[in-house]
Design a binder for this molecule. Sequence first.
Ligand SMILES: NC(=O)c1ccc[n+]([C@@H]2O[C@H](COP(=O)([O-])OP(=O)(O)OC[C@H]3O[C@@H](n4cnc5c(N)ncnc54)[C@H](OP(=O)(O)O)[C@@H]3O)[C@@H](O)[C@H]2O)c1
Length: 147
Amino acid sequence: MSKDKQVALVTGGNRGIGYELVKQLALKGFKVILASRDPEIGYEATQKLKELDLDVSCVEMDVANQDSIHQARAAINEKYGRLDVLINNAGVYLEKNEKLLAMTLAFWRKQWQLTSLAFTMSSVRLFLLWKNKVTGELLMFPQNMGR
Ligand SMILES: NC(=O)c1ccc[n+]([C@@H]2O[C@H](COP(=O)([O-])OP(=O)(O)OC[C@H]3O[C@@H](n4cnc5c(N)ncnc54)[C@H](OP(=O)(O)O)[C@@H]3O)[C@@H](O)[C@H]2O)c1
């Protein structure tokens, strides 16, 4: 890896918007870490991108689990010692035919937990990798529920 290559991490990078973000960042020249809560699925998604000759690696990370975030941070620190861009993409969203007003309290709890708590927790933990840098980029995904 080039010393100057910037390292980006995308949570929930194994599918959907996250997967595309991983791909686009790698095409732009970033070293991208695809974070996935299921290591096997994350590995498979990473392999697909590697076949396109993209500089992508994977890490297991459940953003709702403190130990998982801790382990991911330690692994990234050991392998790269830096993190320049963090994209908090992981989240739960309405399925295609789900209606906003039909959502259960359990769904709203999960949504709130992920957006408010997990995003903050993962960001704070991963910020620690920026401690020796002047700048870092953090992108939060708005949880637009207005469908
Ligand atoms: N699609 C839209 O129109 C839209 C609009 C506004 C905002 N958003 C937001 O944009 C983000 C991506 O949307 P999307 O449509 O690509 O969603 P998606 O296809 O449902 O993908 C969600 C991703 O988040 C991961 N994830 C969920 N809970 C997680 C957890 N606890 N820890 C780690 N990963 C977790 C999922 O992992 P698994 O594969 O393991 O489930 C999956 O990789 C979400 O935050 C969503 O709320 C989407």
